[in-house]
Design a protein around this ligand. Structure first.
Ligand code: NI
Length: 167
């Protein structure tokens, strides 16, 4: 397994639309394992392949306190969504930035697991937020795009400044 480098906003690679995965083969299983390791090490509760510059439709999520409830979603699709909820979000690609985002409160999602089998899951609360946030990444969308233009500009400038200072 290997730790992968996480791309930071406003890198344009975060805005690529990820391609569906045709076959769940050993390469995809290894990618999922590396992404999980990278997410736990960060630490974070979700990671999309887009964030490590692999634009394929694969996300990993673990919202448990004990970090032993890994969920892998390959080619995830939201089948239905209901309610509205506002939650504070952050992102491993937008370090140090947290803000409130409104999304559907409950979702039903369908995906393939690492065995290539289709499954469906109902989620609400933090899990629903996290899955929607990660699927947004696959569609090239970062959570700051839900914020005002002014906030987005501030965040972009702040992260570009950090990136320059880190060089
Ligand atoms: Ni994110």
């Amino acid at each position: 397994m290997a730790l992968l480098k996480i791309v930071h906003y406003p890198d344009p690679r975060l805005h690529k639309v990820a391609q569906p995965i045709a076959t769940v083969d050993d390469e995809i299983k290894a990618l999922a394992a590396d992404m999980a390791e990278t997410m736990y090490a960060a630490p974070g509760i979700g990671l999309a392949a887009t964030q490590i510059d692999r634009p394929v439709r694969l996300i990993v999520v673990d919202i448990s306190e004990t970090k032993d409830d890994l969920k892998v979603f390959i080619n995830p699709e939201i089948l239905s969504a209901s309610g509205r909820g506002e939650h504070e979000e952050g992102c491993l690609s937008v370090p140090g930035i947290y803000d409130m985002v409104t999304r559907p409160e409950r979702i039903r999602v369908r995906a393939l697991n690492t065995q290539g089998q289709s499954f469906e899951l109902e989620a609400d609360g933090l899990l629903a937020v996290c899955i929607q946030h990660e699927i947004d990444h696959l569609d090239g969308k970062v959570f700051v795009e839900y914020l005002s233009r002014l906030k987005q500009d501030r965040i972009r400038k702040k992260l570009l400044k950090h990136a320059r200072e880190a060089m």
